[in-house]
Design a protein around this ligand. Structure first.
Ligand SMILES: *Cc1c(COP(=O)(O)O)cnc(C)c1O
Length: 354
């Protein structure tokens, strides 16, 4: 009896930031954009002919790929689209990491990577970040089965430059290297240009952070024809349509609206720099961020306690009970008004302790 249970998959999933139903909360826990999507994207959704939903979407996503290709200065054949970059990354893991050697990624990084490795049976090795939470490129000069690095890294918020990527690529000619650029639009270095130099380099991106479209689930990868056609083959082996018609319409409009994109990312960066300065004045130790979030410890306060207290005050930030970072918190950059509430509550917390 109940023997069927033995064949059920026993797996520990990734846990995203809490999506609270509570009203009047300051929600700065999931790295969402505080600003609405581009008015052009909203218009595209409003004007979308719903009766056309009876048709399958364009499996080649021609218009959307063309718009993305133009934005990035590549060809449409260098672009792969998926249902959020998590979908794209999961497909990359399945498509590119089929060897016996372990794939490499940092010990402190996007916590979905080990989850996919376990799901797909991919061996992996973690290289510890340095004490300052930077990535030591020399660690990756090894016989890797693959490499995956978010640049900027999460949750550390630190980014690496062109020399780092070139260096990494020079020593990893025999495996696929994935650079996850989920946060690059907030001041990081994008290595899309290097996909023309290195055929084994794939860059992933998302509309969830810098384009305020997390709810639509749009992600993409940019790389050589060899990599993109392999991704297409893997995707077409289980689902021919991963981007729906509404997402394509809104995504195409969003990517074309460069002014709105430039102004909202600039606003997030300006708010981030202001909040970092204010946090420093309150004895916090924020890292230098190239993302839409701030990763910080405090000279004396306990960050778990601080996180829990803020939550009781309806300010939701993120805390990771993990080795090396258990006394840090991650704070998404919200609007100026939201960050003022966050700072006010933070002062209240610190005063309460004294
Ligand atoms: C948010 C995030 C993603 C994925 O976002 P999607 O919403 O699935 O596009 C990928 N990598 C990192 C590092 C992220 O923080």
């Amino acid at each position: 009896m109940d023997n069927w249970k033995e064949n059920l998959r026993d797996i520990e999933p990734y846990v995203p930031g809490e999506q609270s139903k509570e009203k009047n909360i300051v929600k700065i826990n999931a790295n969402e954009n505080p600003y609405p999507p581009s008015p052009e994207a909203i218009k595209a959704i409003r004007e979308f002919k719903s009766e056309n939903l009876r048709f399958y979407p364009d499996a080649n996503a021609t218009a959307f790929k063309r718009a993305l290709a133009e934005f990035y200065g590549v060809l449409p054949e260098n672009i792969f689209l998926g249902n959020g970059s998590d979908d794209v990354l999961a497909l990359c893991f399945q498509a590119f990491f089929n060897g016996k050697k372990p794939i490499a990624f940092p010990d402190i990084t996007y916590s979905f990577y080990p989850v996919w490795c376990r799901l797909f049976g991919i061996p992996f090795i973690n290289y510890p970040l340095k004490d300052d939470f930077r990535i030591n490129v020399d660690d990756y000069k090894a016989e890797n089965g693959g490499v995956v690095i978010p640049n900027p890294n999460a949750p550390t918020s630190l980014g690496e430059g062109k020399d780092f990527i070139n260096n990494l690529m020079e020593y990893n000619r025999d495996c696929v290297v994935i650079i996850d650029e989920a946060y690059v639009d907030f001041g990081g270095y994008s290595c899309v240009e290097l996909t023309k130099k290195y055929e084994n380099l794939i860059v992933t991106g998302t509309f969830s952070k810098s384009r305020s479209l997390a709810g639509l689930r749009i992600g993409y990868a940019i790389g050589s024809r060899a990599l993109i056609s392999t991704l297409e083959a893997v995707k077409n082996s289980y689902n021919s349509y991963t981007v729906d018609s509404i997402s394509m319409a809104a995504g195409t409009a969003a990517i074309k609206d460069r002014d709105y994109f430039n102004s909202t990312t600039a606003k997030v960066i300006a708010t981030r720099e202001r909040v970092i300065k204010e946090l420093r004045a309150l004895d916090f130790l924020p890292l230098e961020s190239q993302t839409n979030f701030i990763f910080t410890a405090h000279k004396s306060a306990n960050m778990k306690d601080y996180f829990e207290w803020l939550k009781s005050q309806k300010v939701f930030i993120r805390y990771f009970d993990l080795p090396r970072i258990s006394n840090y918190v991650r704070v998404t950059v919200g609007t100026d008004a939201e960050m003022d509430i966050f700072l006010e509550k933070t002062r209240e917390y610190l005063n309460k302790r004294n």
